[in-house]
Design a protein around this ligand. Structure first.
Ligand code: SAM
Ligand code: SF4
Length: 374
């Protein structure tokens, strides 16, 4: 087959992996529009066939080339010989009483990631992973407990989005995307931006960047690169502490960066994108939920136009952290609100389905089988 511009490299070899078991076809969701156009041209097909194929993938929710009924039969069989639409499988699906659905996706090389569909009024939001594992090692988070294996490709990120879209009835559309699943999106900026380009394209999922949020632990050079992309995505910075001493304990990568450079990069992002910033603060009982922390946080936020998203901790089996009491959550909230900070206390959705990010993989996936924490 001719070489195709594939973004970025597809499957990586896994030691001990059976090479014959890995897919030999190209993941179509990794192929750029140009790549598909060239492939079609080499076989004598006009460029508009590429548009038709894209429409089938993103609006038509096609899972096989066979169903692409307005394509010539010969093209359908040539496509099926060269490409896979999906290369992963669904290792586990959980549905909670509030309609939240969480999928444990097993990738072609055996790696596992999680993605979630949340129903809230008219909103159909999805939370998507960017890496297998995470290198940042936040002490309370299940996703980073075993480090990072690799970045996801553009196609693997898009496949999560499409798998979640396919769970909606035909008359419903995805409305919001949050890059808040497993992994640090800004450590995989090329893969994430390539996938989001397709997600916001009217010929893709057609979701406005104003409805797309990238959540980051706070990597200043990558925040600047994101700003330089010129697309006004919402940025959410995971703060979790009002000072370096505590943040460095909870978010080890802070030891090398420090809060001030993170805040300065967030301010630059706000200045260049015009998008309101969100700071996330996971409230850990007895750790960062004191009145002193709340007062110090109000001083850090003074003069900044931000939304403070406070998330009561979702306990992770094997980790020594707990959800704060109702009293301490409401005290924390009162202090922030009294100082004029915009605060949102995120409702926990899908609590009974391993809701903490990375938990489904530990409890139901292959990593759980080798993990002492489960
Ligand atoms: C899983 S991270 C992924 C995005 C990015 N790596 C980050 O840290 O912002 C998304 C958010 O979930 C939060 N989080 C992780 N584990 C959690 C838990 N057990 N309970 C509540 N929030 C959690 C993180 O602190 C972060 O704000
Ligand atoms: S909170 Fe985010 S950055 Fe920290 S370990 Fe989890 S996924 Fe990684």
């Amino acid at each position: 087959m001719t070489s195709l511009p594939v973004l970025p490299p597809t499957q990586t070899a896994v030691p001990g992996d059976d090479a014959d078991a890995r897919p030999r076809k190209v993941h179509l969701l990794n192929v750029t529009d140009e790549g598909l156009k060239d492939w079609l041209a080499e076989r004598g097909y006009p460029a508009f066939r590429g548009k038709q194929i894209r429409r089938w993938l993103f609006s038509g929710r096609a899972e096989s080339f066979e169903t692409m009924s307005d394509l010539p039969a010969k093209l359908r069989s040539e496509l099926a010989e060269s490409f896979d639409i999906f290369q992963a499988s669904e290792a586990h699906v959980s549905t909670s009483r509030d309609g939240t659905e969480k999928i444990l996706v097993r990738l072609a090389d055996g790696g596992e990631v999680e993605c979630v569909l949340l129903r809230d009024g008219d909103r159909r939001s999805i939370c998507v992973s960017s890496q297998v594992g995470c290198a940042m090692g936040c002490v309370f988070c299940a996703s980073g407990l075993d480090g990072v294996d690799r970045n996801l490709t553009r196609g693997e990120i898009l496949e999560q989005m499409l798998r979640l879209q396919h769970r909606l009835p035909a008359e419903e559309r995805l409305s919001h995307i949050v890059m808040m699943g497993m992994g640090e999106p800004l450590a995989n900026l090329p893969g994430v931006l390539a996938a989001l380009d397709v997600a916001r394209n009217p010929d893709g999922l057609g979701i406005s960047p104003r409805r797309i949020t990238i959540s980051t632990v706070g990597l200043p050079p990558a925040i600047d690169k994101l700003a330089a992309s010129g697309v006004p995505y919402n940025l959410a910075v995971s703060l979790h502490a009002p000072n370096d001493e505590l943040r460095s304990q909870l978010v080890p990568v802070n030891q090398k960066i420090g809060i001030e450079p993170v805040l300065a990069a967030a301010d630059r992002y706000f200045a260049s994108s015009g998008r309101r910033l969100t700071f996330e603060y996971v409230l850990l009982g007895g750790v960062n939920d004191s009145e002193a922390c709340a007062h110090e946080l109000t001083r850090v936020l003074r003069g900044r136009t931000v939304m403070m998203n406070v998330i009561p901790y979702n306990p992770v089996e094997g980790l020594p952290y707990r959800t704060p009491s109702k009293e301490s959550i409401s005290r924390f909230r009162q202090i922030l609100e009294a100082s004029g900070v915009n605060v949102m206390f995120r409702q926990r959705k899908g609590d009974e389905i391993d809701a903490a990010c990375g938990q489904l993989r530990r409890n139901r996936g292959s990593i759980g089988e080798k993990s002492p924490a489960t």
